[in-house]
Design a protein around this ligand. Structure first.
Ligand SMILES: [Zn+2]
Length: 584
């Protein structure tokens, strides 16, 4: 074990071309070297572990190399390159501003800058986490940065560009490093595994890449940690056990059960998940992610958003063919509702179970609608009442209302007209009257009586009305809710001018997300009032948080946390260690 070198160090890139996932940056730097048009000072910004320091060191090495290749890479053979590679070069000076941020630290560095290098052409000063420098240290440094000697180059690196003062920004050539793509990371891990003689499953590497959130260095540390448990064998199963990740296999099974409306299977699967120590909230969010992946897999143009290994991608493709879009969107909506209600629910398990049953019931209806003749009724399962044809589901996604496409028999992807706002009634679980899930759906009906009502589309009112009339009625809504004692809601509704759009859609601007959350709860009441007053059941209400109004005042806990993090980035580490959720 004594000669164990961590992979992040052992496989640190030594040429520009070996840097993963920052092609545009390395290409720009190489071009500048070729043309001998290198800036004096650089600012490398971007998340941690994406290659900023590696890139700075390679740049330092390359501009001091005696035999730079035509491709603007260091030769790695000359005296200068060798001393760089052995970390013994006198030409590079690194300062970690996170721990050396005083005026004295920076003065020491500034004093050195005057001296020309004894070997090589340039002295390179790399200041990591430069945003941590104290104000005085910044000032002490500024003068040097303004008039540096020709033999000195500065490379400043930071994870927090917004904290760098404009006077520094304006003196540097700025490079924004991106998070490294999952596929790039997993390919690189594959390379490392191969070099180390480790037998690694592609899915396992993919999972590690996914977990490391675009940071190559983190992915390599995680890789090392997992390898140390696993004796040169890295399996998908081993990784999900060690990282405590819920196996995606569960989500595929759950979705299959939805499509068959197999409530027993759903409840058993969920029970198994809980038994394995996962919580319901984690599960429901994972399910939403899975359904989103299926949605993405439905169309060629969005398939690239699905960053998965090949084998997994094929599975998603296959399942996406079995899922109608008219199932996926309401299902996602239900997952979202469950997510929102989770923290405040007294019976969390029941909440998730009910959501699963609710989603399952859409799956069944859709399957019926999609191909009524070929649909195979599962054993012990009577066919659903045909009257479901008349029932639909309200779907909202951001500010679009999406309708269940009643004629969608050969659906292939998201079509434009699906996003046209149209009115629809709610899913009726009582449509399952004849199925064996009757008792559960009846219970569900009781719990959600307000939400679930059967509506015959032919009886819907559709009286035309003017924008002026709508505005007048809107004032009545405000008076009505205030009269009910909901003063806050009344104020919120009157805060910005509402607007009547096409198809009886009313746009309601809001100033922040907590107002939007309040609206979710009160929306049914408001809609009922509007629809009755204006005699139009097609009225929809769409809320929109106004960008410009997203002021710096932190409203939600999440915003507050983000603000606190700005002041002390270590809070995030603490949050991760304690497993806290800033949402609530
Ligand atoms: Zn060289």
């Amino acid at each position: 074990m004594s000669d164990f070198i961590v992979s992040a160090r052992k496989y640190r890139p030594s040429t520009f071309d070996a840097i993963i996932g920052q092609f545009s940056i390395t290409a720009t730097l190489k071009n500048a070297i070729k043309r001998n048009q290198l800036a004096q000072s650089f600012l490398f910004c971007g998340p941690r572990g994406v290659g900023k320091t590696s890139c700075a060191r390679i740049l330092a090495k390359t501009i001091n190399c005696e035999k730079v290749s035509e491709n603007a890479e260091a030769c790695n053979e000359c005296v200068s390159c060798k001393s760089f590679n052995e970390n013994s070069s006198f030409n590079v000076h690194e300062l970690d501003a996170a721990s050396n941020n005083s005026v004295d630290d920076i003065r020491k560095l500034v004093d050195q800058v005057r001296f020309a290098p004894q070997v090589g052409v340039y002295n390179i000063y790399i200041i990591d986490e430069v945003h941590m420098l104290s104000a005085q240290a910044f000032n002490a440094f500024l003068k040097t940065l303004e008039e540096p000697p020709k033999h000195a180059k500065f490379i400043l690196a930071t994870t927090e560009k917004h904290k760098i003062i404009p006077t520094i920004l304006s003196r540097c050539q700025i490079f924004d490093f991106k998070r490294v793509g999952i596929t790039d990371i997993s390919n690189h891990l594959g390379f490392v595994a191969k070099s180390e003689g480790i037998n690694a499953e592609q899915e396992a590497l993919h999972l590690i890449a996914q977990k490391s959130d675009g940071a190559m260095r983190d992915s390599l540390s995680l890789f090392d940690r997992l390898v140390s448990f696993s004796e040169k064998e890295l399996t998908y199963k081993g990784v999900i056990e060690h990282l405590n990740i819920l196996d995606y296999d569960y989500y595929f099974k759950v979705t299959d059960a939805f499509l068959k409306n197999d409530i027993n299977a759903l409840l058993n699967l969920f029970n198994e998940i809980l038994d394995n120590g996962f919580d319901g909230h984690h599960f429901i969010n994972g399910l939403a992610e899975h359904l989103r992946n299926i949605l993405v897999a439905k169309d060629e143009s969005t398939l690239k958003l699905l960053e998965k290994g090949d084998a997994l991608q094929q599975r998603y493709l296959k399942q996406s063919k079995a899922c109608a879009i008219t199932f996926l969107i309401p299902a996602l909506n239900l997952c979202n509702e469950c997510d929102v209600q989770y923290k405040t629910s007294n019976n969390k398990r029941l909440l998730v179970e009910l959501s699963l049953m609710q989603i399952s019931s859409i799956g069944h209806q859709m399957a019926e609608k999609k191909s009524p003749k070929s649909f195979v009724v599962p054993e012990n399962h009577e066919k659903v009442d045909v009257s479901v044809e008349t029932t639909n589901k309200i779907v909202e996604k951001e500010d679009k209302t999406i309708e269940n496409h009643k004629k969608s028999e050969n659906f292939t992807g998201i079509e434009k007209e699906d996003f046209a706002p149209k009115p629809i009634s709610r899913i009726s679980l009582s449509a399952n009257k004849k199925s064996k899930t009757i008792s559960i759906s009846a219970a569900f009906d009781r719990l959600n009586q307000k939400k679930e009502e059967e509506i015959d589309i032919s009886k819907l009112r559709k009286t035309d009305f003017s924008a002026a009339k709508m505005l007048k009625t809107w004032k009545e809504v405000i008076a009505f809710v205030k009269q009910k004692g909901k003063t806050n809601l009344g104020i919120t509704l009157g805060m910005f001018p509402v607007e009547l759009k096409e198809n009886f859609v009313i746009d309601l601007p809001l100033s922040n997300s907590s107002q939007a959350e309040m609206l979710i709860e009160e929306k049914d009441m408001i809609l009922e009032f509007l629809r009755n007053k204006l005699e139009n059941d097609y009225i929809e209400l769409i809320t929109k948080v106004i960008e410009a109004e997203k002021s710096n005042i932190p409203y939600t806990n999440k915003d507050k946390f983000a603000k606190m993090m700005d002041e002390n980035p270590h809070l995030e580490t603490l949050r991760l260690k304690l497993g806290l959720d800033p949402d609530y």
